[in-house]
Design a protein around this ligand. Structure first.
Ligand SMILES: *Cc1c(COP(=O)(O)O)cnc(C)c1O
Length: 368
């Protein structure tokens, strides 16, 4: 079976370095909020060119804590994309605010700035653009909207560590940005983990308190917080992985190029598009096709894992039935949910594996 993403190959690559540190780590007795986390936070912030990075329990909590730190809650509307992983909207709802969905661009699959502007109301307080599949959202237009309407921007960069827009890193545009280190993300650990970055010192201090029960010092609590920290064990792993993040992202880009070269002539496939000024890290390689179902069957029968991202846009999820959206309201997202599918792409995917996947897609007969 050729897997969509194969994090074990990444960890295998850094295994000796990890094992070399493990004895000392075990005997350190220091497992939560220690030196490794501090060093990771520093390294992370420096790499992205922001002032603060705060390690948290996962990407969903990163979003929730960022919203919390900017005072977003009951009565507020937050505009986001319906074409993302559920957690983006879930964090908004978890804070008691209302997610308002704006449709996406059919080529980049990211929020369409014109659709955002149409969705702004006097209750709108923030926007959460997602850099979907590692392709940066149009942060220039989104930044202009934020200025014009006085809105907070929280980037969901959970799929986009190292992505750039016009030379600047995803995660360095908004008031804050959120990352996930879930094993299949392009920078990941062997479990759950997350990070919030911001250049706002007050928000940074607030998030640092919130992740630890609202506590600025032991057994004193300023606010009601969370228990959402990034363990030293994960910081140790991430400190090794982050050294290779750029190299691994480049491998993803090279392999995306190889797919493009060999799949481009096929009339029944629409390949991922990279917008002007965008440097995608191809967290996933998603192709659009009217023949999705037979192609998925052909791939799976040939032992290739293929995935549908995402089969149901968020405005049509059962959990959001109460928001009153209907099929047809956000047509681009709905069409993508019917036509898009991902094929394996990761830094350690072999050329022979790629060629095999290409041959299955090329041999497909039955498209018009
Ligand atoms: C993975 C992901 C999240 C949530 O991250 P977790 O670490 O799994 O909580 C949020 N948004 C997007 C776009 C994601 O891909």
């Amino acid at each position: 079976m050729i897997l969509l993403s194969d994090p074990s190959r990444q960890f295998e690559f850094i295994k000796d370095k990890l094992l070399g540190q493990f004895e000392a780590f075990i005997s350190s007795g220091n497992y939560i909020m220690g030196e490794k986390l501090k060093l990771l936070e520093q390294t992370f912030a420096e790499k992205l060119g922001v002032s603060h990075a705060i390690g948290v329990g996962n990407g969903t909590d990163a979003l929730t804590l960022a919203l919390d730190a900017f005072g977003i809650g009951e009565g507020d509307e937050v505009i986001t994309t319906p074409f993302t992983f559920f957690a983006t909207a879930e964090a908004i709802s978890r804070k008691g605010a209302k997610p308002v969905f704006a449709d996406v661009d059919p080529l980049t699959f990211n929020l369409d700035p014109a659709k955002i502007e149409a969705a702004i109301t006097p209750r709108t307080k923030a926007m959460i653009p997602v850099h979907l599949f590692g392709h940066p959202a149009d942060m220039e237009s989104i930044g202009m909207l934020a200025q014009k309407y006085g809105l907070i921007v929280i980037e969901d960069a959970c799929q986009a560590f190292g992505a750039r827009f016009k030379g600047k890193y995803a995660g360095s545009f908004g008031h804050a940005a959120c990352f996930s280190f879930f094993p299949t993300k392009n920078l990941s650990t062997m479990g759950d983990g997350g990070m919030v970055v911001t250049s706002d010192p007050d928000a940074a201090a607030q998030i640092a308190r919130l992740r630890h029960h609202g506590s600025p010092r032991k057994y004193y609590h300023d606010t009601i917080g969370y228990n959402s920290r990034l363990d030293e064990l994960h910081a140790l792993i991430l400190l090794e992985a982050i050294n290779y993040a750029e190299q691994w992202n480049n491998q993803r880009r090279l392999k995306a190029d190889r797919y493009r070269q060999s799949l481009e002539p096929l009339p029944y496939l629409q390949l991922p598009y990279e917008a002007d000024g965008a440097h995608s890290v191809y967290h996933l390689y998603c192709i659009s096709s009217k023949a999705r179902e037979p192609l998925l069957t052909a791939l799976r029968q040939a032992g290739v894992q293929a995935g549908v991202y995402y089969p149901c846009p968020l405005h049509l999820q059962k959990a959001y039935a109460g928001l009153g959206y209907r099929p047809g309201d956000l047509p681009v997202s709905e069409q993508l949910s019917r036509q898009l599918f991902a094929i394996p792409l990761h830094p350690f995917l072999l050329e022979s594996e790629q060629d095999y996947i290409v041959s299955i897609l090329r041999n497909y007969r039955g498209a018009d």
